[in-house]
Design a protein around this ligand. Structure first.
Ligand SMILES: *Cc1c(COP(=O)(O)O)cnc(C)c1O
Length: 419
């Protein structure tokens, strides 16, 4: 495909882009239970206006852009307050949860190498920990030691302990883990790290904002943040329950010494000293400005309100799924994630194919995650779903009926795609 010789008008290019979106999932209307989050059109407008002002500012070098230094300090400072990091806490903004987790792996590998001379590092993590850890291990030459979870889907700490050896540089827990939405026993996992003076990363990409505010709303949440001795770093995605534009996550370390292991500096080329805090080089100031703007626009009161709303919708959906005889809730949600599969079928009856249910939901306009093993559907419930759960549950019932009647099969699909 060649670029047309004559340029198009602004109106034409924008109309064309809007037309491309015709078949996209209608997430602003609450039709997506994954991938997109919305606190409504006004919050989105704040994010977009802020993003536009900083879209071509370059966060690679905050000396040239003191504005971005200020923005990063403020955003990381607020997240540090949420995480009870204390005055020594030190973090960076990253492009998303994946980059935050890559840096957690890289930082742990580097610390092991420099402090203990480790040459064949491994990470001990539950099978429920996010796929991005796998990517980090692959990128940075670290062995991934996956340990089966318990029957309640939480990390099996005794089995994790058995998998640790003298080359282990990192143990991982999630708050909550993505697949079934439950919180790992962070205190026990962090104790494994503290006893050996190795890193413990808590993946709160999904739950960092939600668990902070749920606790303030009076929910009983087990300890998961820097109050837990032994936790060395935590990731929190702002482009999820921070309700800001895509491209914003924070990785927070307990102190600057630990943070130093994630950064990279070289002068081994002809271009002088080159340092970078994360994976990217040039990076847009847009996501940073949008995060600052949305956080300050919502304020504490906004996050309390949005968290309460998301939790209400989540409980409504979990209750409805629990009452459907054809479906089995994987776990009662501890944050705002609902995962379910097919119930044990009666004797002589074929099991319900939940991926076919996902197909039938998509024909009705709803997009949910498909995951496994075991074959499950997964709903990330957020503030956009307020007032939408009844309609979804009604379509879920009809989708289940349709699949049961027709006996159709579906395909697993993918959480992320490569083509
Ligand atoms: C979303 C998520 C990630 C990955 O974050 P991206 O922003 O998609 O790169 C990692 N861990 C958990 C628990 C997540 O929910």
């Amino acid at each position: 495909m060649a670029l047309p010789h004559d340029g198009m008008s602004t109106d034409d290019v924008l109309a064309q882009l809007d037309a491309f979106k015709e078949h996209d999932v209608r997430w602003r209307e609450g039709a997506a239970f994954t991938l997109a989050y919305s606190a409504g059109p006004e919050v989105e407008a704040v994010a977009q206006d802020a993003y536009r002002r900083f879209s071509s500012e370059n966060a690679l070098n905050t000396d040239a852009f003191p504005s971005l230094k200020r923005i990063q300090n403020d955003v990381v400072g607020i997240v540090g307050d949420w995480l009870e990091a204390g005055p020594d806490g030190a973090g960076f903004l990253t492009s998303g949860g994946t980059e935050s987790l890559l840096l957690a792996v890289k930082g742990a590998r580097e610390r092991g190498r420099r402090e203990r001379g480790i040459t064949a590092p491994n990470v001990v993590l539950p099978t429920s920990a996010h796929a991005a850890f796998e990517k980090g291990c692959y990128y940075f030459g670290v062995e991934s030691r996956r340990v089966a979870v318990r029957d309640d889907w939480r990390a099996d700490v005794a089995a994790m302990e058995a998998a640790i050896d003298d080359q282990t540089v990192l143990v991982v827990g999630s708050a909550p883990q993505y697949p079934q939405g439950v919180i790992d026993p962070i205190t026990d996992i962090a104790a494994l790290a503290a006893a050996r003076d190795i890193n413990c990363h808590v993946d709160a990409c999904m739950g960092g904002v939600t668990l902070t505010y749920l606790r303030r709303l009076g929910h009983d949440i087990p300890d998961w943040n820097f109050r837990v001795p032994g936790v060395t770093s935590i990731s929190v995605d702002l482009h999820k329950y921070g309700y800001t534009a895509k491209g914003a996550s924070v990785i927070m370390h307990r102190n600057k010494q630990l943070r130093a292991y994630q950064t990279f500096v070289t002068d081994n080329w002809l271009g002088g000293v080159y340092g970078s805090s994360g994976v990217l080089g040039t990076k847009s100031g847009g996501p940073w400005a949008a995060a600052w703007a949305v956080m300050h626009h919502l304020g504490d009161a906004g996050y309390l309100r949005l968290t309460a709303s998301a939790r209400r919708s989540c409980e409504q959906l979990a209750t409805a799924v629990d009452e459907m005889p054809a479906l089995a809730l994987r776990a009662w949600p501890e944050a705002t994630l609902v995962a379910f599969g097919a119930a044990e079928p009666a004797e002589g009856v074929a099991a319900l194919d939940v991926y076919a249910v996902a197909d039938a939901l998509w024909r009705r306009g709803w997009y949910v995650d498909r995951q496994g093993p075991p074959a499950s559907l997964h709903c990330t419930v957020n503030a956009v779903h307020e007032g939408r759960i009844d309609a979804f549950v009604s379509d879920l019932r009809s989708a289940v009926d349709e699949v049961q009647t027709a006996g159709t099969a579906g395909a697993q699909g993918a959480y992320g795609t490569v083509d």
